[in-house]
Ligand binder design. Sequence first.
Ligand SMILES: [Zn+2]
Length: 65
Amino acid sequence: MAEPDEPPRTTPPAPPCPICGKPAEPAFRPFCSGRCADVDLQRWLSGRYAIPTGEQGPGDDDPEA
Ligand SMILES: [Zn+2]
């Protein structure tokens, strides 16, 4: 006997491209294209290199500790 609250067997929709919001392509997920993937990479690298030194204070302690 099937239960009345059985969830649908449909595949969940892929999350949209975080760059432009278009549906992501499996080949480039989570992006919609290699271009958006490159844009995200550039943003990531820019943000990483843009971190000013000394913002977390002296020492090499883990800020999340
Ligand atoms: Zn995109």
